[in-house]
Design a protein around this ligand. Sequence first.
Ligand code: NFD
Length: 273
Amino acid sequence: PGTTSNITDILTGRCEEYRKCLLGEPCLPFYRNVKCRAAVESFFKGIRNMDPCATPDNAYDEFLNMVPPTTVRGTTMFWSGVMGNNIPQDVAQVTPEFSVLEETFPGYMAGNLSWCGATDGDGTGLGLNFTVCPTWTSETCPNNTKAAFWARASKMLATQAVGDVYVVLNAQRAGGAFNNGSIFATIEAPNLNQDVVTNVAIYLIPDFQLAIPNEMYRETCTNGSVLYLQNFLMNMNFNVTCEENPKEIMWLQCARFANSPYCGPYAKGNPVV
Ligand code: NFD
């Protein structure tokens, strides 16, 4: 896939927006003093002249310590398998009750950008590739420059979460709503802190755009990989709840996909009318 050729300017601009609290996100006094040029420099420092498929786990640590992801107690929302329509991100944006990684300082800066290191250079002398980056797959390019970023930022998000937390999963995901190899499964869930997280609420949402007739749920809260996840979390000593098609998200999906058969009084296959 192509890279974001003007990434340095974009990161700097987003850093200034976030730092100055122009985004309506919870905004800490601590961030106000962030030096954006230095922050952007540290973003690239660990990946310059590096093989884009052999990024060290800690490549972004200096950057992430300058602008750590923080969320308000009781609002941290994880998601997995539902990225296509940006539903969790949009729900989080319109309600202060939920905060996703993409709303935190580092998540906002890097959101929807593409970048990677380069050992051979491409003429810019920056040790980055401004033309093309290898596609992530666990087999061909496991320690991808971009994957290393989201993995580390996700870990920090989970580690700092306090109070009730949420995870949005796709009830119609092929292979199961809870995917064992996902970042949620491998990085976020294992880094939640039993001493401070008071409940993990699973929000199982149907795909209102795809809207497979009479099949809102391939899995429910009481079977398949979702049941497995609940047991996994309970074995880790977490309180767990699970809700199918919670209203806060259903409303937004119906606003977005107004003609979905999953909306309205004639919604078919909906056990939670
Ligand atoms: P997904 P998830 N390496 O829907 N997050 O649980 C690379 F390179 O299966 C945010 O994995 O859910 N890409 C963002 C990967 C990205 C890998 C990633 C991997 N090992 C994670 N695994 C973001 N904002 O861009 C998955 N992907 C790609 C955090 C996959 O192709 C969020 O806090 C898809 O484009 C969220 O709670 C995307 O990552 C959780 O981790 C999501 O995969 C979602 O990761």
